[in-house]
Design a protein around this ligand. Structure first.
Ligand code: HEM
Length: 414
């Protein structure tokens, strides 16, 4: 039994729960570089609490590294948005996903078929070929910013690098990054209604549909042409499936990476030793990025599932039952002191670092090699290109209302 469980209950804030007494979830972060305060206490006292999510629906959380990993690896779990127990946190998210059916919210065999058509584009080797293009774009943005003396890292840099990378991969024009930012803001907004999410996705799909038509008639040397020619025209996927696969890849690929670039920049501005690693951009850079991914865990509550079997969770007040909605908290897992010593500290050369920032199991992030590359390049270009970089304001608002944790802006000067 853990030490804290032997203490009198009155000394601790209330964090245990039962089916009749549910904690509200999501819990906001107060520190941008650490999970919500309650996660640590839950991990100790009630590692699989009953919670109430928006809309008054029940769900269970998982907070320990081993439990999160084991649960996400379990093939009996479901991510199907048509199941009403799926604990989507956005007001209209599950209902909209039940209609648009992005493959992140489907199960095999549909999930397997749709994921397979993308897989070949995201291997380490394929992604490595994109390095020069990403570096060129990042360096150009830094050169454009330099004479201005100040900028907003989110709008002027992170959003453009992440959006142009995913669009470039697909062979789509990247001249309007704000359009994609707005679509993502609505589709991932916790307060967006089903109608708002469906309308935003409709706008995105209409744009993508035009490009599918163009590539059916005149294929080019890009991912979209390959998907159209090799998978759509052969009947392997339907036009709607292709649209929703492209849509979720753009949405999942740009919001997470934008947040990671912006929050990492903020963290590095406060940590001279880690900043020196980013400035040098040498082979310590890979370790630094892994550690930032672990520490920041921006996709904390994206892995949502419905349990397909009963699960005993060591130390929990009750087992998870088949049919329960479960949120496998990645930030809680990545800050579990049983797996990571001194988990709230950034240790650039932390070894081993088997973090779960990209999830685990069959839905583990398909874009993870690309995300790592983008982060390594974007942070090095920014810190080496603007040596005097510093925060222009201490007043940075945290955004706890989106699927991905992040910030709206990060004002800097140099
Ligand atoms: C630092 C950046 C990123 C983070 C932290 C991140 C995180 C995640 C996580 C946690 C999942 C699993 C969700 C679940 O289990 O339900 C996921 C899935 C996914 N990610 Fe990422 N991601 C990042 C970047 C990207 C990029 C760059 C792309 C593509 C360009 C991408 C595309 C996807 C897709 C399509 C899925 C669904 C995979 C499936 O269901 O099989 N992500 N991501």
């Amino acid at each position: 039994m853990s030490e804290s469980l032997t203490r009198p209950v009155a000394e601790e804030p209330r964090t245990t729960s039962g089916p009749d007494e549910r904690l509200p979830f999501p819990m906001p972060r107060t520190c941008p570089f650490a999970p919500p305060d309650d996660y640590a206490r839950l991990r100790e006292q009630d590692p699989a609490p009953h919670v109430e999510i928006p809309g008054g629906r029940p769900a269970r959380l998982l907070t320990r590294y081993d439990d999160v990993r084991r649960f996400l690896a379990d093939r009996t779990t479901s991510a199907d948005a048509r199941d009403e127990a799926l604990p989507a946190l956005g007001v209209g998210e599950r209902e909209a996903a039940a209609k648009s059916r992005p493959f992140i919210r489907t199960d095999p065999p549909d999930h397997t078929r749709q994921r397979r058509i993308l897989q070949a584009q995201f291997t380490v080797r394929r992604v490595a070929r994109m390095a020069d293009g990403i570096r060129g774009r990042a360096d150009r943005l830094v050169a454009e910013m330099r004479p201005r003396g100040r900028a907003d890292v989110v709008t002027d840099y992170a959003n453009i690098v992440s959006t142009s990378t995913v669009l470039g991969l697909m062979g789509l024009p990247d001249d309007d990054p704000d359009f994609f930012r707005e679509i993502t803001r609505i589709s991932g907004g916790r307060h967006s209604t089903e109608a708002e999410v469906t309308a935003a996705l409709g706008t995105l799909f209409a744009t993508l549909d035009e490009h599918i038509t163009l590539r059916s008639q005149e294929p080019g040397d890009d991912l979209l042409s390959a998907l159209v020619q090799n998978h759509l025209l052969t009947g392997e996927v339907t036009r709607h499936e292709l649209l929703s696969t492209l849509g979720i890849t753009i949405i999942a690929g740009r919001e997470t990476t934008t947040s990671m670039i912006a929050l990492s920049t903020w963290k590095l501005l406060q940590d001279p030793a880690a900043r020196a690693v980013a400035e040098a951009g040498d082979d310590r850079m890979k370790g630094l990025v892994e550690e930032l991914l672990r520490l920041l865990s921006v996709a904390d509550s994206i892995p949502i599932r419905v349990a397909g079997a009963d699960h005993d969770v060591d130390g929990a007040t009750a087992p998870i039952r088949e049919g329960d909605g479960v949120i496998a908290l990645l930030a809680a897992a990545n800050h579990d002191p049983a797996t990571f010593s001194d988990p709230d500290r950034l240790i650039p050369d932390r070894t081993p670092n088997h973090h779960l920032a990209f999830g685990f199991g069959i839905h583990q992030c398909i874009g993870q090699h690309l995300a790592r590359l983008e982060l390594q390049i974007a942070l090095h270009s920014l810190f080496s290109g603007l040596p005097g970089l510093t925060l222009a304001s201490d007043d940075v608002a945290l955004n706890n209302d989106a699927a991905t944790f992040g910030i709206e802006e990060l004002p800097v000067r140099w």
